[in-house]
Design a protein around this ligand. Structure first.
Ligand code: DC
Length: 230
């Protein structure tokens, strides 16, 4: 007989710097669930468009590129690898040159719809998965058993993003560049999906005053409460 948790979808949305990727990855690892970073799929699509020299302003050309995108994304929370064809793009998709243009793919409706279909297939194939992004609770998996909007104040988000980028690049990030990356990208992204307000049935988890572990525990607590009730 199937385990009670064997089909549970945990959908988490949130803005840039809310900590959702690290929180969701840690929660998935502790729960023994799969993990899907949908933002990484938009980033991989942007990487491919740049690699193929596709004009990002050309909506049709971008959609065609996304249709043929030879993407593979692992769902192991402890070993995230993303490949496009033979290229391992796991690190490359985090580069600033991708962050600067990824919104152009994310706001391209046909490309978005193709990536949403791919995300739904990955979620269905897994059945026990923490999936995170901007529209998972509302569009990709509105029937998820756990639906959470992970938020944090603008100050907390800028602080965390700054720390993360400093660690990745080994350099201090200047404040204006950070602000542009975090807040400006949220503004652009919000044209494609609403991730600043919780939809009906979506619980808000505000991490501004929580430690990383407390935030992970809070998410896991919601899952375990449901598993116990099942
Ligand atoms: O979370 P992230 O910064 O890696 O996301 C990369 C981009 O993809 C960002 O511009 C937001 C967009 N995105 C989206 O529109 N919908 C999602 N479900 C996930 C990410």
């Amino acid at each position: 007989m199937a385990e009670p948790h064997s089909r549970m979808i945990i959908a988490v949305d949130g803005p840039s710097g809310s900590g959702k990727s690290s929180v969701c990855r840690a929660a998935a690892a502790q729960l023994g669930a799969d993990y899907l970073d949908t933002g990484a799929m938009y980033r991989a699509a942007a990487w491919y468009c740049l690699d193929q020299q596709v004009d990002l302003d050309d909506e049709t050309a971008v959609a065609v590129a996304v249709e043929e995108l030879p993407l593979h994304i692992s769902t192991d929370p402890e070993h995230q690898t993303i490949t496009v064809g033979q290229a391992d793009v796991t690190s490359a998709i985090r580069e600033p040159r991708i962050s600067e243009v990824v919104s152009q793919v994310a706001t391209n409706r046909p490309a978005r719809s193709l990536l949403i279909d791919a995300q739904r297939r990955i979620i269905d194939d897994s059945g026990f998965i923490v999936a995170e992004g901007r529209d998972i609770t509302t569009v990709v998996a509105p029937d998820a058993q756990v639906r959470v909007l992970l938020t944090a104040s603008a100050e907390a988000r800028l602080r965390r993003r700054g720390l993360q980028l400093s660690v990745e690049s080994g350099a201090e990030q200047d404040e204006a560049a950070l602000k542009r990356q975090v807040l400006e990208r949220d503004r652009k992204d919000s044209a494609a999906s609403n991730f600043t307000e919780a939809a009906d049935g979506v619980a808000v988890l505000d991490s501004s005053e929580l430690t990383f572990e407390e935030t992970v525990d809070s998410l896991i607590g919601r899952v375990e409460a449901l598993q116990e009730a099942a």
